[in-house]
Write a protein that binds this ligand. Sequence first.
Ligand SMILES: Cc1cc2nc3c(=O)[nH]c(=O)nc-3n(C[C@H](O)[C@H](O)[C@H](O)COP(=O)(O)O)c2cc1C
Length: 195
Amino acid sequence: MAKVLLDPSKATSMMYAGASTFVTCKDGDRDNIITITWQSSFCPAPAIVGISVTPKRFSYDMIKNAGEYVINIPNKELLWELHYCGYMSGRDVDKFKETGLTREPAHILKTPMIKECIANIECKICNVYPIADGLYSIFVAEVVAAHADDRYFDGSFWKTGETGGAELLHYLGGTKYAKLGETVDFKDAVKKAKA
Ligand SMILES: Cc1cc2nc3c(=O)[nH]c(=O)nc-3n(C[C@H](O)[C@H](O)[C@H](O)COP(=O)(O)O)c2cc1C
């Protein structure tokens, strides 16, 4: 297997594999949507997650001031809206209005969720870590409520492929995305190895 030595900056593209999300935020009367790919979960119980946002984004101060945000997970049908919210700024447009996405009240937070998304995760910020000399900050948060459409999430796992389940959008960079495809189970690999 021949591998090419890359510039370290290319490593982030190889780690884009997590699903891309809409993050909603609300500061006072103003709300907004920002597309976020640099997100991760860190701990299951208590459920701790985080997003990485640069202060250049209009959403940055809104998220910081509010101390909360909602991660909204789209299925493949929302590709246009996802990319739109990733290059247009709330400084210039009302992204709810322009995309037609619908605000849905959250269970606990003041920040609205996005109705058309197949899952919504309400997050209360517990730590903010500036990284890269303040170029980005990681907003670490505790999940205070989580919602999912049971056609796509069975309570423990995403349903995929043959069951007509979730086709989450995974950002590859530029304008390209991949869809979540099929579930492969370690148990089947064991059976195959033993056969
Ligand atoms: C697929 C995709 C993923 C993105 N992920 C991030 C991210 O994780 N963090 C970030 O700061 N910006 C990210 N961006 C860029 C912002 O979404 C974009 O600059 C957006 O217009 C900012 O909106 P705002 O100014 O209304 O906050 C991403 C853009 C795209 C298209």
